[in-house]
Design a protein around this ligand. Structure first.
Ligand code: GDP
Ligand code: MG
Length: 334
């Protein structure tokens, strides 16, 4: 169920054909990154990745609400309704943006970019910034091959400066190994043999949904930080492969964060007995979930914490970002 959004739409810039070839919508990407307001701005690229039907698009659509309330965009330059305090909108406002709960049959796979781009000038150093939002789809569904999974995952990592890894209930060892595999794949594609101290990728955020252990690690970024410490800790008695996956992840990202979200309640998950047709509004969320969701988004997208996409330690502007992305997408063509 998705309502039409007034200012933008989801563009499936990278998808897979039936015989697993990579299809790229180069025209759509050019239109976005050669836009006069974007091509010479530094790029912040914010993405989410993880298994299907775990609330990724739902989360991103609330992020879009935050972004529209805080920044002008190429399609909505005057942003007249900007009300930063009430960025979450009205209690019963239907959720629109990236298509969420699109049914059990997936429609698109690969990388989906929001056609509208947000514009910001840093209050710290005056940098002119363009913020792009990316969704991914098809990861770990039963139709995508392991190679397809690695490609989506690696491309997501290559294209992001802030990458949210959306996981369910706990972080499992196989998910860390998968992250390592995809990150190695991404490093290889970036031809990154970093001899210097710089790390290949910028920020990774573990977002844990339906967290059930708030007594041990409370919800939000606070409990996320202690939980992260717990699961990324390298211990002598750990098997060597468990140690090396942890070292690898920590050596690949400049910053790693974690946030824990509660279960959203039965209306959101569709488990309500009354079978009300849920429109995504926050009125349908459990009180806990709503509060934590809003707080997590406010921290994650705090204007001065936005991280610029870098390759080989150099900040990328829109036109360079386009070049790199098209190049990376080609590598995965075969
Ligand atoms: P995606 O495939 O990961 O993008 O998932 P969607 O955003 O399309 O959401 C799939 C379903 O999960 C929808 O019915 C949402 O209402 C529901 N959902 C949203 N957030 C959460 C959450 O935090 N936990 C659970 N269990 N379900 C959620
Ligand atoms: Mg989705």
């Amino acid at each position: 169920m998705s309502h039409e959004h007034p200012y933008g739409k989801a563009l499936n810039v990278l998808s897979f054909s039936k015989d697993n070839k990579v299809l790229i919508d180069e025209d759509a990407m050019k239109k976005m990154f050669e836009h006069p307001d974007v091509k010479n701005r530094k790029i912040v690229s914010f993405s989410i990745i993880g298994a299907y039907r775990k609330g990724k698009s739902f989360f991103l659509d609330y992020c879009l609400r935050f972004l529209y309330a805080h920044y002008p965009s190429i399609n909505f330059p005057n942003n007249p309704t900007s009300d930063k305090e009430n960025w979450m909108g009205a209690e019963n406002e239907p959720l629109s943006g990236f298509s969420w709960r699109s049914g059990s049959i997936r429609d698109t796979t690969g990388i989906i970019m929001w056609s509208d781009i947000f514009l910001h000038t840093s209050t710290v150093n005056g940098d002119k910034i363009a913020i792009i939002v990316m969704d991914t789809q098809g990861l770990f569904d039963n139709q995508t091959s392991p190679v397809g999974n690695s490609r989506i995952f690696a491309l997501g990592t290559l294209s992001s400066s802030i990458e949210v890894l959306n996981l369910f209930s706990v972080v499992q060892e196989d998910q860390l190994q998968y992250l390592q595999f995809a990150t190695e794949f991404a490093k290889f594609a970036a031809n990154d043999s970093h001899g210097n101290a710089g790390k290949s990728f910028q920020k990774l955020v573990f977002l844990i949904r339906d967290w059930v252990n708030p007594d041990e690690h409370p919800f939000g970024f606070e409990g996320g930080a202690t939980y992260l410490q717990h699961f990324l800790k390298i211990q002598n008695e750990q098997k060597p492969e468990l140690q090396s996956v942890r070292k690898f992840i920590q050596s690949s990202f400049e910053e790693i964060d974690c946030a824990l979200l509660p279960h959203p309640g039965n209306i959101v998950t569709g488990g309500s007995r009354k079978r009300i047709k849920y429109n995504g509004s926050w009125g349908g969320m459990s009180e806990d979930f709503k509060d934590e969701l809003f707080a997590v988004i406010e921290t994650l997208l705090k204007p001065d914490d936005l991280i610029i996409k870098k390759i080989n330690d150099k900040d990328l502007e829109g036109f360079e970002y386009l070049e790199f992305m098209l190049q990376y997408f080609q590598i995965f063509q075969s």
